[in-house]
Design a protein around this ligand. Structure first.
Ligand code: ADP
Ligand code: MG
Length: 275
């Protein structure tokens, strides 16, 4: 596959929810780590100008010379901005704050929604590099051009929902955006699943939210629920996934289970696509 088009395509999952603080970045980092631990070649693409996924994977702001901004403006190939992490088989395409200005920069271009898709299509073009099998896109807390790029590039969307009173608020708007992208930009797009995060067993409300979301979204909700766990929130300040920081904690165990479920769903989805 010397050219771009025959290159093996990774599965691309966009981790999206326009609410902030629901666990998108935590899920990108730790699901990515868990998938890499099972032998997948994983790339996390940081599409949030805040760059928390990059920091959480040990890439400090000062060392970021090129970023996803340069990829989306067409100034760099995705392969050339990728950095290794401390986790074998897990790489990160870091972001920088200038991503916040992307919409002003390319908002009038005809291909503005396809920049990430085209970059991902070319990702595995070099046959001397091991191909990535999974790409996880960490989206910003907004339904802006960055998130639209992620949805256009994605095979499926993974939605983290925090176990709190307003969990479902905003979900219908998110699903509407997914439908719009599906009908205009990316006809194959599906919802991979909904992952409930920061579950607190001591709080009755958490249990009620899980029940409500399962009733409303049915099978789309993963069985795995991510517990609220202090180790999960400590890990990023060490620039490490929680799976590296404390493999035995409840948060790590949950993300390992989530990865198993994601892989099972992937098998079913790809079998269906194959006919
Ligand atoms: P988002 O990317 O959607 O804004 P984050 O993944 O950054 O959300 O999570 C928001 C905050 O909650 C972060 O400080 C993170 O460390 C913390 N957090 C996320 N998941 C958990 C969890 N399971 N247990 C405890 N804290 C968590
Ligand atoms: Mg985030």
């Amino acid at each position: 596959f010397p050219g771009g088009d025959d290159a093996p395509r990774p599965r691309v999952l966009a981790i999206a929810n326009q609410k902030g603080g629901v666990g998108k970045t935590t899920t990108a980092i730790n699901l990515g780590t868990a998938l890499a631990a099972t032998g997948e070649e994983v790339l996390v693409i940081d599409l949030d100008p805040q760059g928390n996924a990059s920091t959480g994977l040990g890439i400090d702001h000062k060392s970021r010379e090129v970023s996803t901004y340069d990829v989306l403006t067409g100034e760099a190939l995705l392969r050339t901005i990728i950095r290794d992490t401390a986790v074998p088989r897990l790489a990160i395409a870091p972001s920088t704050l200038d991503l916040a200005g992307l919409e002003l920069e390319i908002g009038q271009e005809r291909d503005r929604a396809f920049r990430l898709r085209d970059a991902v299509t070319a990702l595995n073009a070099d046959p001397t590099e091991p191909p990535f099998t999974y790409v996880l896109v960490d989206c910003p807390p907004s339904l802006n051009l960055l998130t639209i790029n992620a949805m256009t590039a994605a095979d499926a969307i993974l939605v983290p929902l925090q176990c709190e009173f307003f969990a479902l608020e905003g979900l219908s708007q998110l699903l509407k955006t997914v439908d719009q992208v599906k009908s205009s930009l990316n006809p194959e797009l599906t919802i991979h699943g909904i992952v409930l995060t920061m579950y607190d067993a001591r709080n009755n409300l958490s249990g009620q939210v899980v029940a409500d979301v399962r009733e409303f979204m049915g099978e789309k909700v993963y069985e795995t629920v991510i517990p609220r766990n202090v180790r999960v929130s400590e890990a990023p300040s060490y620039g490490k996934p929680v799976l590296v920081y404390d493999l035995k904690c409840a948060g790590s165990e949950a993300y390992l289970r989530l990865a198993t479920e994601v892989i099972q769903r992937e098998k079913r989805l790809t079998e269906r696509l194959a006919g």
